[in-house]
Design a protein. Structure first.
Length: 615
């Protein structure tokens, strides 16, 4: 029998490794920018075309590479970061495996131009699908210039499953933000299709956060700093009033590396117990400095999952540090001891102001059913009450033969109809409604008692109305008295550009001021009284979390988001006319039973169940 086990060629092995390391254009950006940081660069420029599908380029002014190093860097497990296995426990660099460059070269067309400061000329290396095409000397500045064209050109299945350009660009922005927030002393620039998305100058950490997420966030951050023998924790946490339901920004970094850690997230949120409502998210940017030997970053190719040797101790330190930061912000008001001009409140003196225990007099034999009408109640002369004659009251006779009148039994509010179920309910409903606890509309129908959730019903009504207006592009716009300016982050700006036509069709009047700033000149009719800036942010956040699809799906998500934030709230008191209007509008909708996201709108308590409850 012949041998069947063979050693895979390097090109095939590199493509297999690329499946774990290089998942999308954002992965290439992450690996190349991290290499630039490790090379000591002070300025890093990233240029993408078609969200990285066509081309992406990373230019830095780092130390550069020699001609030999440039060629060797694309070999598997070739790295300058470590020399032996023990170095894994003292890592001070972002990369260390030596897998990124060969993985990129295996699935793309790569051109590297690099020069060291000690060399007169640099070197240009071209590789297509792990095959070296050419290497030649070239005049170039100090540093590295990586250009990656036609990503996944030789892996069509992987290229086919890439998302839309807007989604991939958002992933690039996310990966880019995770790096720039760690190195505020490095200047970063990001361009997409010739348009500048970010231009971040070197500065302080707080300034970097403001440059990325906007000036408003700076007013909501509290400084955080604690230094212990186990770890050092620095950064910023949000004030309690900065909590929001969706779209929160939460970042953990350890030794300059972004990480995800649900256990530490719980430690942060536990410090906000009873300060923010359940389910709300508070922004935070927290940086850990831990001995490299106490953590393990080599457990996942993306290096975002990190194991700590003393997780419990760090959890307690983090929770205490966040509570301390919140406590310094929430100062207790001082007590004013100045009583001049205040009213004189007497002080109780038990020796001077003797108070006797109150005594209640009552007749234990008093029976209201034995008391004749017009007599005194239980208080009075007991002998008089005792010797008064009993006047029997046959109260049972009051309820004998008391059946509903013939007129009530024959009268009915409803008439039989052969229409659809919703039309039949609409015809059967009572014209008089009752609002229960400012949340539910209750009305009688032939089969029992119908209970409608007023908030969800209004969401369904507004959703279908918004969808119709978007399709017809006939939505009304309410001009605001003073236009308000909203500043969006780079990722939110990408979403805004995608949703801009549909938001305009929905009734928003927006002006692009450049740099992620938009002037809100008008809002959809019916949303008066709401904060225009918050409304736009909520719509963008909701649409981003629900994902992106074809144009009709985008319109549906926008219509639903606007309906959620403009629908009547729980607790709003409604008149009978307003409840009647909601009920009629609801039964004119295509789906009266559920909201667009699948929540029940109404239910009917059957008549026989009511009779059993009261039987």
């Amino acid at each position: 029998m012949s041998d069947v086990i063979q050693l895979l060629p390097d090109s095939v092995a590199n493509q297999i490794a690329a499946g774990e390391v290089i998942q999308r254009p954002a992965s290439v950006i992450k690996e190349l920018v991290e290499n630039s940081v490790d090379a000591g660069a002070k300025t890093i420029k990233v240029v993408v075309v078609d969200a990285g599908r066509t081309s992406l380029q990373v230019i830095d002014d780092g130390c550069g590479m020699s001609e030999t190093d440039a060629r060797l860097a694309f070999e598997r497990h070739a790295t300058s970061k470590i020399r032996q296995a023990s170095d894994l426990f003292s890592l001070q660099t972002m990369g260390f495996r030596g897998e990124a460059l060969p993985s990129i070269a295996a699935v793309a067309q790569v051109e590297l131009t690099t020069r060291m400061a000690t060399d007169d000329v640099g070197s240009r290396l071209t590789i297509h699908g792990s095959k070296v095409v050419s290497q030649e000397p070239v005049a170039c500045p100090v540093g590295c210039n990586f250009k990656v064209d036609n990503l996944f050109f030789n892996v069509p299945a992987r290229r086919k499953f890439l998302k839309s350009n807007a989604t991939e660009l958002n992933n690039i922005l996310t990966a880019f933000e995770r790096i720039v927030l760690v190195y505020p002393d490095i200047s970063f620039m990001l361009y997409s299709n010739g348009q500048e998305l970010m231009n971040l100058k070197a500065g302080s950490l707080r300034q970097r956060i403001v440059d990325v997420f906007g000036k408003k966030l700076s007013q909501e951050l509290l400084p955080l700093e604690v230094d212990t023998a186990i770890c050092k924790v620095t950064g910023f946490v949000g004030k309690p009033e900065s909590a929001r339901k969706k779209g929160g920004v939460d970042y953990f970094f350890v030794n300059g590396r972004f990480m995800k850690h649900a256990y530490f997230h719980k430690a942060v949120m536990s410090a906000y117990d009873r300060l923010v409502p359940i389910g709300m998210q508070v922004p935070y940017f927290i940086y850990f400095q831990v001995e490299p030997a106490d953590i393990d970053v080599n457990i996942h190719p993306t290096k975002t999952e990190i194991k700590f040797e003393n997780e419990q101790g760090i959890w307690q330190i983090l929770s205490a540090a966040v509570k301390d930061a919140i406590g310094k912000f929430c100062d207790v008001p001082t007590i004013d001891f100045d009583t001049e001009g205040r009213p004189n409140i007497p002080i109780f003196d038990p020796q001077r102001d003797a108070v006797s225990m109150p005594h209640v007099q009552y007749n234990p034999g008093y029976n209201p059913f034995n008391t004749p009408s017009g007599t005194n109640t239980g208080r009075g002369n007991e002998d008089t009450l005792r010797h008064q004659p009993r006047v029997p009251v046959d109260w049972q006779q009051l309820y004998e033969q008391q059946t509903p009148s013939q007129e009530f039994q024959e009268q009915t509010l409803f008439q039989d109809d052969t229409a659809t179920e919703s039309e039949q309910l609409l015809q059967e409903k009572s014209p008089v409604h009752y609002q229960y606890k400012g949340r539910y509309i209750m009305t009688a129908v032939k089969s029992g008692l119908m209970i409608i959730d007023q908030h969800r019903a209004d969401i369904r009504i507004r959703y279908e109305r918004n969808l119709t207006l978007i399709g017809q592009k006939q939505a009304g716009t309410q001009r605001v008295l003073f236009p308000e300016v909203i500043q969006l982050s780079a990722s939110d700006n990408v979403m805004m550009q995608q949703f801009f036509p549909d938001m305009t069709a929905m009734g928003f009047d927006l002006s692009d001021l450049g740099g992620g700033n938009y002037a809100i000149n008008g809002v959809p009719a019916g949303s008066e009284g709401l904060d225009p800036v918050a409304l736009v942010r909520h719509i963008l956040t909701d649409s981003a979390e629900q994902g992106r699809g074809v144009n009709s799906e985008l319109q549906s998500k926008l219509a639903l988001s606007l309906a959620r934030h403009t629908a009547i709230d729980y607790g709003q008191v409604l008149s009978n006319e307003e409840m009647e209007h909601i009920v009629n509008e609801l039964f004119a909708c295509k789906n009266v039973n559920y909201t667009p996201d699948g929540k029940a709108i109404l239910c009917i308590l059957p008549q026989h169940d009511i009779e059993q409850l009261l039987g």
